[in-house]
Design a protein around this ligand. Structure first.
Ligand code: 13P
Ligand code: SF4
Length: 331
């Protein structure tokens, strides 16, 4: 495979499919390239351990957007999914933003297509649109204020008490917020295919086997999981809870990548991943297939050839920037 052919195939494959030199020390090469090119590697907690370990910064969606907003690097390599890299580009039009695999999408972002959402919004012209950061730039451009799971409650509560709100695209997070804040919220019918899959039955079985374990869940999970959770929070919220809690055992209903950082930050605690309904993984855990598209090999190739790049058309970028900046000012 030549470089030209690999570039031609990039839209279809998502990444540069090139052979790597034998005996290449990937970590050393990534370190050399990031120094040479003044690149920063930002990684989400759902990335595989070896990516989290080489990242300059590992965080939740909010912390990653904040890190992207203040970096001095010339290149941002985003080890996460497309909407995260796109948000980084919206915040940094003059920097190069690389995503190791363009097909690292997100089922939540996919669940809100632009035309359908625009038509929905037009039916409720007196509503304020709050969108989860897991959306495309097109949806952000139709949004009044963006939120993440870390700050969603704060953002909703910052709106006038009588505000009518459209919340998109996650109906599970939306229903949770509606219940918590008591606000007038219309929910878009979207969901995360990963968090929707947790099995209530299997979690209750684990709880019976570990009666002292605390059940903790990400708010993208279904209501019947959230109803039995001792704590509900964003990925960073879940990490903090496990670190600070007196409990020794935890059943964790979020993507299993988080267990790596949790084990590092809370050594000695017993971390049990919540299983999905269709349990085909040997780990009996739940993995996001989009987050897991990234590999050290793809990161090396992306840094070496500065591809694939994420770009946002300038008019769209300016519109999408406004609700992101509102969120960052409030966070
Ligand atoms: P947070 O890291 O903001 O909790 O988001 C989880 C998620 O699903 C990211 O795609
Ligand atoms: Fe999207 Fe769900 Fe994967 Fe997060 S875990 S990136 S919300 S599909």
């Amino acid at each position: 495979m030549t470089l030209n052919k690999a570039i031609q195939e990039l839209p279809k494959k998502g990444y540069l499919d090139l052979p790597l030199p034998e005996n290449l020390n990937l970590v050393e090469e990534i370190n050399r390239l990031r120094k040479e090119k003044n690149a920063v590697i930002l990684a989400h907690y759902y990335q595989v351990p070896e990516i989290q370990d080489i990242a300059d910064f590992v965080g939740d969606s909010l912390a990653l957007a904040q890190a992207a907003a203040k970096t001095n690097a010339d290149i941002i390599l985003f080890a996460g999914v497309h909407f995260m890299a796109e948000t980084a580009k919206i915040l940094n039009p003059d920097k190069k933003v690389l995503l190791p695999d363009l097909l690292a999408g997100c089922s939540l972002a996919e669940s809100a297509p632009k035309e359908k959402f625009e038509a929905f919004k037009q039916q409720y012209p007196d509503h304020i649109v709050v969108s989860y950061v897991n959306t495309s730039a097109d949806i952000k451009a139709l949004t009044d204020i963006v939120c993440t799971s870390s700050n969603a409650e704060k953002i909703i509560n910052s709106l006038p008490a009588d505000a009518k709100i459209i919340f998109a695209p996650d109906k599970n997070l939306g229903a949770y917020l509606k219940k918590k804040t008591g606000r007038d919220m219309l929910l878009w019918d979207g969901a995360c295919e990963v968090h929707e899959e947790f099995s209530l039955e299997k979690i209750l079985q684990l709880k019976a086997e570990h009666p002292d374990a605390k059940i903790i869940a990400h708010p993208e999970s279904r209501d019947y999981i959230l109803n039995i959770a001792n704590y509900i929070g964003s990925t960073s919220g879940l990490l903090n809870y496990v670190q600070k809690s007196e409990a020794k055992e935890f059943i964790i209903a979020t993507e299993s990548g988080i267990l790596h950082k949790m084990a590092q930050l809370a050594p000695g605690k017993i971390l049990i991943p919540a299983p999905p309904v269709n349990d085909e993984n040997a780990c009996a855990c739940t993995e996001c297939p989009y987050m897991k598209r990234n590999t050290l090999e793809k990161i090396y190739l992306a840094l070496k050839y500065e591809l694939p790049e994420v770009n946002v058309e300038e008019q769209l970028r300016k519109k999408a920037l406004v609700p992101i900046q509102r969120m960052l000012e409030l966070s």
